[in-house]
Write a protein that binds this ligand. Structure first.
Ligand SMILES: Nc1ncnc2c1ncn2[C@@H]1O[C@H](COP(=O)(O)OP(=O)(O)OP(=O)(O)O)[C@@H](O)[C@H]1O
Ligand SMILES: [Mg+2]
Length: 321
């Protein structure tokens, strides 16, 4: 069974005071996320990620289309006990301590006092703020509040969790810790749906991703299968490459671009038509030594820039509306 399904999910806002016009926040999103999947929803600012999550949480209502979580319509109250949600900018009552806040949320789910304390303590440890559990939230940094938000989303051992930008506001160490939390959720069989505009977060975690651009689904699948992110060649960094060997490699089209890094080191671009094994063999055969090799692929940032350039501000419903 799919953990999450959306069917032509659409949200239009009316913008403008005198002549309100429809504005497309999300258009015809059809998606299915399997149970146990870690699914990334990627896209630049304004792409429709938060809109999608809010529609799934029923914080806003669709213009048309529908959505289901765990086989139930998104309005189902019993289903809501089985899910967790981290909003984009979590805001909590400032004068509570982290521990009090989490115990309060545990109380909303009906856990007994001892169980509330146990859950709060375990989750605060898990998100790395166990030592600060008795501090008031008003003294917390953005990254610390983000962690409280993640702990809050997990208080009921949810089967499906929705995280809107779980890594935002976190330093590199914090990102790694939250990645670890998501991987633990995956091991437990929990379905995770999160939004991000950072490709590397998705690469490290997701089985599949959806890419949104200007409210529309621009691609869905495994990152490695999405055409836009297929390797377009290889970057080889080599040392000890002399001028004659470089000239030969360029002449034979083994290398289509070279960037000198000094001291006879070069970053070389090998086209997809040449196998990396052959390139390495030929270059090392002419005295060079291999330092590193990496696939060259379009970054998510490049991809967004292209998408935005291709469809600039295409957010209305066509002319005459
Ligand atoms: N209440 C609203 N009224 C009018 N337009 C809105 C409203 N809420 C959102 N939008 C518009 O819908 C579009 C999608 O917004 P959304 O918040 O879903 O983007 P996002 O992908 O989450 O972006 P970000 O990466 O910045 O969080 C944006 O262009 C936004 O301006
Ligand atoms: Mg958002």
């Amino acid at each position: 069974m799919a953990a999450i399904r959306t069917e032509a999910l659409t949200k239009h806002y009316r913008v403008g005071f005198w002549r309100p016009r429809p504005y497309v926040a999300l258009e015809g999103l059809t998606l299915s996320v399997s149970e146990g999947e870690v699914f990334g929803c990627l896209g630049p600012n304004g792409a429709g990620k938060t809109t999608t999550l809010k529609l799934l949480m029923q914080l806003i209502y669709p213009t048309s289309g529908s959505a289901e979580i765990l086989g139930q319509p998104v309005g189902d109250v019993r289903m809501k006990r089985r899910i967790g949600y981290l909003p984009e900018n979590p805001y909590f009552y400032d004068y509570l301590t982290a521990e009090e806040l989490l115990q309060y949320f545990a109380g909303l789910f009906g856990y007994a006092p001892a169980e509330r304390r146990r859950r709060a303590a375990a989750l605060l440890d898990q998100v790395g703020i166990g030592a600060e559990r008795r501090m008031q939230l008003r003294t917390f940094s953005k990254g610390m509040l983000q962690r409280v938000g993640i702990a809050q989303a997990l208080i009921n051992d949810p089967e499906v969790v929705f995280f809107d930008e779980p890594m935002s506001g976190l330093d590199p160490l914090g990102r790694r810790e939250i990645r670890q939390v998501i991987l633990q959720l995956r091991e437990r069989g929990c379905t995770v749906f999160f939004s991000s505009h950072v490709l590397s977060d998705a690469e490290a975690l997701c089985s599949r991703v959806a890419i949104l651009a200007s409210g529309r689904l621009a691609g869905v699948g495994r990152l490695t299968d999405l055409v836009a992110f297929q390797a377009r060649g290889w970057e080889l960094v080599v040392g000890g490459l002399d001028d004659a060997a470089l000239a030969h490699a360029k002449m034979t089209q083994l290398v289509v671009r070279d960037t000198p890094l000094g001291d006879r080191r070069y970053a070389l671009e090998v086209p997809l038509s040449v196998s990396p094994e052959r390139a390495i063999a030929e270059l090392t055969g002419r005295g060079a030594s291999l330092v590193s090799i990496n696939p060259l692929r379009e970054t998510l940032e490049d991809y967004f820039v292209r998408q935005v350039a291709a469809a600039p501000h295409e957010r209305g419903l066509g002319t005459g509306t």
